[in-house]
Design a protein around this ligand. Structure first.
Ligand SMILES: [Zn+2]
Length: 454
């Protein structure tokens, strides 16, 4: 009786050990039951040049991979590999066969198989199979310029109209020599595009190239040729005065930084002129960078004339160096024009648009920005009223604000700026009827005629 019961315990113990061992193995990597993961899209456009990279991964390691390409009639093994030491991750680079496979088909089926190193399935492992439709596209996008402004002035703007066509078009933009990528807007008819371009006043040179890429990786480039007209901007040296450093600068620093009280007067000036300015200009850049994506068939504006009977008190592009006690302490570019008439004068938007910014913005004070389409924006700084709200549509001729001296302004005036896709350009151009006609509207008109003939 005693013996029997101890024998039963032994059997039970052995059973528990076996179950535990099986459970351990069942849950261990050695017997994992998940097939390899093959990262392969269902449809791939292929230019036959760059290899198709297929990422394969598995917890127990990859033992075997194979890729087969078939045109429906014939097939060829493009890759086959057996691993003696299994890898958890592997990238299979599939290349089109240079020899041994003749097919002029444009559609293929790619089959990728992989087996893992698991001992599951009676030691044979888990197998995964994934198929993809391969569409061969070796043609580069069709790309050429229809028309563009004859010249661009340093600090100014220009326009380009071009054709870009590809059944798999993926990316389309205009690359510049200074890192900015301009985004085009569909224009007038299918496959045609338009973009305003800008040459920042502080960039030495200007070069623009249209880039069109398709999903298969084919790329076309087309340089846009302009006559480049250099322009010298004023360099001014401003001696900082104590009453300025202890007046407006203190107000702006206190409003915008909690450390203001601990700053020395030059440190405080640098904070306002550099740190705060950068923050304010980033806000301006972010609201003026967006470009319409819906097709547009016309772009026509009246010259901007924001302030009646105004005198220009500061010009666009000035490079201002600030000194104190004979030492240069800071610098900045003045990227708008300053107009002054009487205090609290009415500011008018000469063209219709949408208000994209109407708020206090540091050194710009109460700052209004209006979008006029095609990535062109007007900016009004130091205003003193609350006449428009963000999101509001305004008509040509509407009074949008009153002049003032909010922000970094010493007297009542309007800081007027024009931006093209986030870049400040010479407002003079967009205030000049003849410049606008010759450099923008006539170029667009001629482009439409060319498109109509095609
Ligand atoms: Zn100004």
């Amino acid at each position: 009786m005693k013996k029997k019961s101890s024998g039963g315990i032994v059997v039970l113990l052995i059973a528990i050990i076996i179950i535990a061992a099986l459970a351990y193995l069942y849950n261990s990597k050695i017997f994992e039951r998940v097939a390899p993961n093959i990262a392969l899209n269902q449809k791939i456009e292929w230019n036959l040049k760059q290899p198709i990279a297929v990422k394969i991964s598995d917890a127990s390691g990859i033992k075997f991979v194979r890729a087969v390409l078939s045109d429906g009639k014939n097939s060829i093994v493009l890759a086959k590999q057996l691993f003696t030491s299994p890898k958890e991750e592997f990238t299979l680079n599939i290349e089109f066969p240079r020899t041994g496979f003749v097919s002029n088909k444009k559609r293929f089926e790619l089959t990728v198989e992989s087996v893992d190193a698991s001992k599951w399935n009676f030691l044979s492992g888990n197998k995964a199979i994934k198929k993809s439709l391969i569409l061969v596209d070796t043609r580069r996008p069709e790309l050429f310029t229809i028309n563009n402004s004859y010249k661009i002035i340093k600090g100014g703007a220009a326009v380009v109209i071009f054709k870009a066509k590809d059944e798999n078009l993926k990316d389309l933009y205009i690359e510049t020599s200074f890192g900015k990528k301009f985004q085009p807007t569909p224009f007038y008819k299918d496959d045609y595009y338009i973009s305003l371009l800008a040459w920042p006043s502080f960039e030495k040179s200007f070069k623009a190239t249209i880039i069109a890429k398709d999903r298969a990786g084919n790329v076309s480039r087309s340089r846009v040729r302009f006559y480049l007209k250099n322009k010298k901007y004023r360099v001014s040296n401003i001696r900082l005065k104590d009453n300025f450093l202890s007046g407006k600068i203190v107000d702006l620093a206190e409003e915008n930084s909690q450390q203001s009280a601990t700053m020395g007067k030059i440190e405080r000036f640098k904070y306002v002129n550099e740190t705060l300015r950068e923050k304010n200009e980033n806000i301006i850049e972010s609201v003026t960078s967006s470009v319409p994506t819906k097709m547009m068939s016309s772009f026509k504006l009246k010259p901007f004339y924001p302030l009646k009977n105004a005198a220009a008190v500061a010009s666009f592009g000035d490079h201002r160096f600030y000194s104190y006690d004979g030492k240069q302490v800071s610098q900045a570019y003045h990227l708008g024009i300053d107009l002054a008439s009487v205090a609290k004068a009415s500011i008018v938007s000469s063209n219709k648009g949408t208000v994209v910014l109407a708020k206090y913005n540091g050194i710009y004070g109460k700052n209004i920005i209006i979008s006029h389409g095609l990535g062109l924006y007007t900016l009004y700084g130091h205003t003193s009223s609350d006449l428009v709200d963000e999101g509001e549509n305004i008509k040509a001729g509407d009074v949008i604000a009153k002049t003032g001296m909010t922000g970094l302004a010493l007297g009542d005036h309007l800081h007027f700026g024009i931006l093209v896709q986030g870049i400040e350009v010479r407002p003079e151009e967009w205030m000049d009827k003849n410049w606008m006609k010759d450099n923008i509207f006539d170029v667009i008109k001629a482009a439409k005629k060319i498109i109509d003939r095609k």
